[in-house]
Ligand binder design. Sequence first.
Ligand code: SF4
Length: 383
Amino acid sequence: MAGLLNISEPNADSHTETLNHQNSSDDFLASLATDANQPTPHKHSREEIAALFDLPLMDLLLQAQTIHRANFTANEVQISTLLSIKTGNCPEDCGYCSQSGHHRDTTKLQAEKRIEVDKVIAAAKRAKNSGSSRFCMGAAWKHPSAKDMPYVVELIKEVKALGLETCMTLGMLDTNQATQLADAGLDYYNHNLDTSRSYYEQVVSTRSYDERLDTIDNVRNSGINVCSGNIVGMGESRDDRIDWVHELLKMPKAPESIPVNLLVPIAGTPIGDKVLAEGQLSVLEWIRTIAVSRICCPTSYVRLSAGRESLSDSEQALAFMAGANSFFYGDKLLTTGNSSQSGDDRLMRELGLTKQFAAPRAPKVLPVLDAMNGHQTQVVLAD
Ligand code: SF4
């Protein structure tokens, strides 16, 4: 089948040929490498994505790790730190989220106003000192308001000045807002699709799937890298997980960053209560989703996100084997717990993983001082 590697067991007749393949493994990996500047080269059909999900797990992991090594430095992971810059009372009704104002009577989450800029910068410095290359800032908004824009633009500039990549997740963005964030130099914008189009209405009713796609389009068209992922284990079927991967491939270019979250069921949220009552999805199905994402989006960073806290070392090792090469560092993810930093350091040592350095992009608009009149002005840099 097109797009699937032949990884069937070699028989005696093919033994010599197999050895030759091993001798030229560098050529083999090079042949699998994908130019990150090109749109996804082979857009897997829905049937091909379904066939990948159906593979025996070891075949799927081997294929995912092989494609991963052809496109990224083996054993190197990108590390991000996430900070909630405005918590709770969100007007959206995402059924898994403790920050939704719709569930505040049952989750009892304490809402917090915007964090002051200097406190965010102090957190970014701590993140950098502990080895993060990207600092992600999340706000529980439907979309940023006009009065929020100068605040978030200042945060982008200040965090970039530390030499960190920046990422934000602030809800929906129109074209003008996306342009303002791009001009400030924002590296990534996160806006998850969460699930398939058909399961989406079981998850959120206050904004549509198409509105999510519109924001992703606005981000992409502004020149900011797209970060868009899902949440596995919300009661969706495998067909929904297949459809979600297929949705990524319908985009003009697959997201540069793909967080594959494992639901952390939060008591008091509609989906959390349902999953706590009915039981959680097998971790192996989450690992399959990571592997299929890696194969279908070979040049994207596939990120382990929410859900890691409850996983064993072995389960996390399998997720890296499946092609994940990015994760969140720090003891907290917005409002849910995360693996401890010291535990992550120990696991990385045991697995032989190393941290990737940051490569923040330059802002499009730079302030400069006019030497003739002492006034500050701006220059717009070419792409
Ligand atoms: S997931 Fe985001 S948009 Fe949805 S309720 Fe939570 S904070 Fe709001």
